[in-house]
Design a protein around this ligand. Structure first.
Ligand code: PEP
Ligand code: CO
Length: 446
């Protein structure tokens, strides 16, 4: 076999084993036809962009930058509107400004956006009032509506995912290069949000940035170079049929890139070092993430390094720890110590959301205090070991939803009902996101 045939065989090796957490597609031929169609469509991102992100993630792993990864638990097609996308970008940019200014640290900006349409479900079915239907697997697979027809997995939705990702990315690219992301707009991003303490603190930073920009302009520095920012796209690489169909061989290097997103991560449920997901993503050049929960052992994490980053390339592999506030201080240390002893670089980030989910009044929610506490524990573990706390991974939205308990607006159990909109997991709202960024600044400075 020549090198290209070998690579293609490696890219298809996962198909010879069971793939965990795939939806029950009822019609394999239909799925196959959609895969063929997807394979002919243009890439959504480019190899060079994924390479640039890898370089930035390497810096975060070395303590020279900090990763901010955020967005919906599950993006929906209906909410891929200009307003909602702009609000999310605005919040990410505001949090990044707080972190950059507060901690004097470049921030690697990564949206859980433009592709986060599929969810792994612990239960294949959902029962309401004695009616049992297939679970909701995300808009990439079926519809959230609770009726039999809506819940049938439909491969056409993979094409809708591609097109929705394309239009979302188009808007992201326009907003981040067309002047909207200019630091001159830092005040503007806060407009309409001035009643809360987090917003007042943000206004102070925006005023200081204005002053610094005027100073730099007076010194002859070209501040126009600050007009554009890099905001990369990421999602969980769950549906291997979709990811495989969007994988392209880069003509410059002959290497495979998953062109559905700059960064893909393997979820907590699919991170088996011998499983199909690890097998597949080992073959692509994108920077990769793996969620690491409290059941992971030191051996597991080293086996993941062996599989996904055998050569120890900096920036290739990010471990996203999601332990829970009560467990992070005990569970994380042995894993980080093991990767540090191994020596091959890993960028460690903290997802303080998924280990802290509780149910209150029938709503899936999280306590803001647990979120903050897990991040604090994450920093404590790294400071104790002399390793690098490289970033933050959060579920958030730019809108004023009421899905997470607490924060300066003190959303309580009864308040959840006011504006609970998420399709899967509860998200930080705009002010909770900003508040968390301020807390992380304190931790980065300590
Ligand atoms: C998620 O990020 O929405 C998710 C399902 O996380 P995890 O794989 O960590 O449970
Ligand atoms: Co989630």
């Amino acid at each position: 076999m020549g090198p290209e045939a070998e690579l293609l065989a490696a890219l298809d090796a996962w198909q010879h084993q069971d793939v965990a957490y795939q939806p029950p597609w009822p019609d394999a031929a239909h799925l196959g036809a959609v895969r063929s169609r997807l394979a002919t469509l243009p890439p959504l991102v480019f190899a060079g962009e994924a390479d640039a992100l890898r370089t930035q993630l390497a810096k975060a792993g070395a303590g020279e930058a900090f990763v901010l990864q955020g967005g919906d638990c599950a993006e929906s097609f209906a909410e891929a509107t200009a307003d909602k996308i702009r609000n999310k970008i605005k919040l990410l940019l505001q949090m990044a400004v707080v972190l950059t200014y507060g901690a004097s640290m470049p921030v690697v900006k990564l949206g859980r956006m433009a592709g986060q349409y599929a969810k792994p479900r612990s239960s294949q079915t959902e029962t309401r009032d004695q009616v049992t239907l297939p679970s909701f697997y995300g808009d990439a697979v079926n519809s959230h509506e609770f009726d039999a027809a809506s819940r049938v997995p439909d491969p056409e939705r993979l094409l809708d995912s591609y097109h929705t990702a394309a239009s979302t990315l188009n808007l992201i690219r326009a907003f981040t290069t067309g002047g909207f992301a200019s630091l001159r707009q830092a005040h503007e991003w806060n407009r309409g949000f001035t009643q809360n303490p987090a917003y007042a603190r943000y206004e102070e930073i925006a005023a200081e940035i204005d002053r610094a920009m005027r100073f730099m302009t007076a010194c002859g520095v070209d501040v126009e170079s600050l007009r554009a920012v890099d905001l990369f796209a990421s999602h969980e690489g769950l549906l291997l049929d979709y990811e495989r169909a969007l994988t392209r061989i880069d003509s410059r290097t002959g290497l495979a890139y998953d062109c559905s997103a700059h960064f893909v991560w393997i979820g907590e449920r699919t991170r088996d070092p011998d499983g199909a997901h690890v097998e597949y993503f080992a073959q692509v050049r994108n920077p990769l993430g793996v969620k690491i929960g409290p059941s992971a052992t030191p051996d597991d994490v080293v086996r993941l390094v062996d599989r996904l980053n055998p050569a120890g390339e900096a920036g290739r592999l990010t471990f996203i720890a999601r332990m829970g506030a009560g467990k992070v201080r005990d569970a994380l240390g042995p894993l980080v110590a093991k990767t540090a002893a191994d020596g091959r670089p890993v960028t460690w980030t903290c997802d303080p959301m998924h280990g802290n989910t509780i149910t209150v009044n029938g709503y899936k929610t999280r306590r803001f205090t647990d979120v903050v506490d897990e991040v604090a524990g994450f920093f404590e573990v790294h400071r104790g070991l002399g390793t690098v706390p490289g970033g933050l991974h959060v579920e958030l939205t730019g809108d004023d939803v009421t899905e997470v308990l607490g924060g300066a607006e003190e959303i309580d159990a009864d308040g959840l009902a006011r504006r609970y909109e998420t399709l899967v997991d509860p998200r930080l709202n705009h002010q909770q996101g900003l508040e968390l960024a301020f807390q992380v600044v304190e931790l980065l400075r300590a």
